[in-house]
Design a protein around this ligand. Structure first.
Ligand code: GTP
Ligand code: MN
Ligand code: MN
Length: 610
């Protein structure tokens, strides 16, 4: 195997392709602590990628798919399948700064605990050093990171998810740039001669963030959000703390370009909680004639003010880590086309007998025989899903056939509208236009959704998920709301309008009322037309909803009654909602901005609930 023939030196610094002093000393310290057999600097080259793939196929971690180009299947340990929010910590110096929505531990104590876990934890393994940039290398402010990991699966996934290439390290070194230190270990050292398992991990898991140090320490898990540290850990938790300090926003949002039949384009960003439809909406195929949608990002948006006062959004990522189940030719054909273009890593999906992958919802017909995500024989009457509900495809963004040309703009695109939304059976209308920025921030701060399989824990329970950021705000939630409100007060700001959507309202038979997916383009059209002053709305207590006839349902088998149910504002439901919002605000505590309490009182008043 080429990798072994070219085995890099055990001295972390001997053949380091950089002279960045801070990087070199950090790499040396980590190597001394973790005692890997060897250190490999990841350059992003094709040969390096190929060698890692071959090694992982040989080891049985990856299965090369015969039916797809350059694509691999991987099954994790059954206990390592999702983000572990209970094991995720914000280790700010003051407990107050982590806020009531995060687990907190004192940074010194957490570092002491984890240092002992990291000691010799890479024995028998290769320590990889991955320099990357989130967003564009030519951005006004390139956002560097370096992940150290002992997982070659993480390396291959990072090559898809982040910009990793030799230019990144060269520019970072030349400018002696700051970078976010991301340390990851699966926590499974190997004794001499010990046979490795297919998915090494450790029952003890920590996903720790040190926002003041711009540092992430992750231990024990190999799964996506816990291990690909550029994504949730850096681009959301650490970046949200940086954004708070610097006056911008790091958000759990897709970015979409919409072009109307007149050829005018607008960019919108949308925040929905995990497994609530961002990747689907980002790649939407509009069902209404003349409208075009193109994707810029499907999970994370960084938004900074431009000189013209508008918010400009960039997608800091380079790939997608999408929920597989429910992604199919009928629901998200552009995702299926992106996957077809090759270069994928699939995790915890099912394998077909002829060397392809399958998951629930991919095709209308279910294969007669599969190997399920746990490696067992599976048939349609097995009585359990073949793919894990949080199984994922990891795919380069450039594969997406509808990727907007602007997706790679170093400094992003101007945002005309922000959408918030969640998964609610009741209460929330299909679409609501908020009254102004502060009201929009209130709607975002009280965003609620039924929990999904994207995180461990009970599924289907309504919880508040402010701006879809509950698991990702890297500091105090009250301070985060104050930051959002403050941006609205900024001199010269040309703010996007804020909307709230809910594709998931159910009827009395528990069926989704709104057809969703491509038909969501009808809601997007209403939003864009509202911004252009071309669509009518009616005022309700909670905001503006489409006036009769202004939501385009032409060609849809949809009765007035169904539409009314989708848009209903039911005072009894809102009475209960407001009680729940009161509990939520009480949980935020002292740092809750008084403007948000005022918004709640004003809403009570409009609903006539005083
Ligand atoms: P993360 O990547 O985990 O942050 O989640 P996401 O927001 O990207 O979620 P995704 O787009 O992958 O959607 C996940 C689930 O939502 C799938 O089961 C979809 O079938 C379902 N879904 C997406 N859009 C719609 C819709 O318009 N209507 C309905 N009913 N379901 C939808
Ligand atoms: Mn996400
Ligand atoms: Mn997604």
């Amino acid at each position: 195997m080429t990798l072994l023939e070219n085995r890099p030196s055990t001295d972390a610094l001997a053949d380091a392709p950089t002279s960045h002093p801070g990087l070199l000393s950090w790499v040396r310290d980590v190597a001394r602590l973790t005692s890997p057999d060897r250190v490999q600097w990841v350059s992003g080259s094709t040969a390096e990628k190929k060698a890692l793939e071959d090694e992982l196929v040989e080891a049985g971690t990856l299965v090369r798919l015969t039916k797809q180009k350059d694509s691999f299947y991987c099954a994790s340990d059954p206990e390592d399948v999702a983000r572990v929010e209970g094991r995720t910590f914000i280790c700010s110096r003051n407990e107050r700064d982590a806020g009531p929505t995060n687990n907190w531990a004192a940074p010194d104590e957490m570092k002491a605990t984890m240092t002992e876990l990291y000691r010799d934890c890479m024995r028998g393994r290769t320590m990889f050093v991955i320099p990357f940039v989130m967003g564009h290398l030519d951005a006004d402010q390139p956002m560097y990171g370096v992940e150290i990991t002992d997982s070659p699966y993480v390396v291959l996934s990072m090559l898809i998810m982040a910009r990793v290439n030799s230019d990144v390290l060269a520019k970072m070194s030349r400018t002696n740039a700051d970078f976010v230190k991301c340390l990851h270990s699966v926590g499974a050292p190997l004794e001499p001669g010990e046979q490795d398992v297919v998915w090494p991990c450790n029952p003890t898991k920590y996903i720790s963030h040190f926002p003041e140090d711009r540092t992430v320490w992750s231990f024990g898990s190999g799964y996506g959000g816990n291990a690909l540290l550029g994504k949730k850990c850096y681009a959301l938790r650490i970046a949200s703390a940086i954004a708070h300090d610097e006056g911008w926003l790091a958000e759990h949002m897709l970015i979409l370009k919409l072009t109307n039949p007149e050829g005018e384009s607008k960019f919108i960003a949308a925040a929905f909680p995990s497994a609530c439809g961002k990747t689907n909406l980002a790649m939407i195929e509009p069902t209404i004639p003349g409208w075009k949608a193109e994707m810029l990002g499907d999970d994370i948006a960084w938004m900074r003010f431009g000189d013209d006062g508008q918010l400009y959004a960039v997608n800091p990522e380079f790939g997608m880590f999408g929920v597989a189940p429910g992604t199919g030719w009928s629901t998200n054909p552009n995702a299926m086309r992106a996957i077809e273009a090759g270069g994928n890593i699939f995790t915890n999906v099912a394998l077909t007998d002829d060397g392809d992958v399958w998951w629930e919802g991919m095709t209308d017909e279910t294969p007669e025989h599969l190997t399920d995500w746990r490696g067992n024989d599976w048939t349609p009457d097995s009585g359990r899903p073949a793919a894990h509900p949080n199984s994922r495809f990891c795919t380069p963004i450039e594969n997406v056939p509808v990727v907007a040309p602007e997706w790679d703009n170093p400094n992003g695109v101007p945002i005309s509208a922000i959408m918030f939304g969640g998964r609610r059976k009741t209460t929330m209308p299909l679409v609501t236009e908020t009254l102004d920025w502060a009201h929009g921030v209130f709607m975002g701060a009280t965003l609620s959704s039924e929990t999904t399989a994207a995180a461990t824990g009970q599924v289907g329970v309504v919880r508040r998920d402010p701006m879809a950021m509950l698991p990702f705000i890297g500091y105090d939630a009250g301070d985060y709301f104050a930051h959002w409100l403050a941006l609205g007060e900024r001199d010269g700001a040309v703010l996007p309008k804020i909307y709230y959507v809910n594709w998931f309202r159910r009827d009395e038979n528990n069926k989704f009322i709104w057809p969703g997916f491509g038909e969501n383009s009808r809601v997007l059209k209403w939003i864009v037309d509202r911004i252009d002053g071309k669509a009518d709305a009616v005022e309700t207590a909670i905001g503006r909803i489409p006036a009769p006839g202004s939501l385009d349902v032409a060609g849809l088998d949809f009765s007035d009654d169904e539409l009314a149910k989708c848009l209903a504002v039911d005072p009894a439901e809102w009475d209960a909602e407001l009680d729940d919002i009161a509990d939520w605000f009480a949980r935020i505590g002292d740092t809750l901005p008084s403007e948000l309490a005022d918004q709640r009182d004003a809403l009570r008043g409009r609903l006539g609930l005083e």
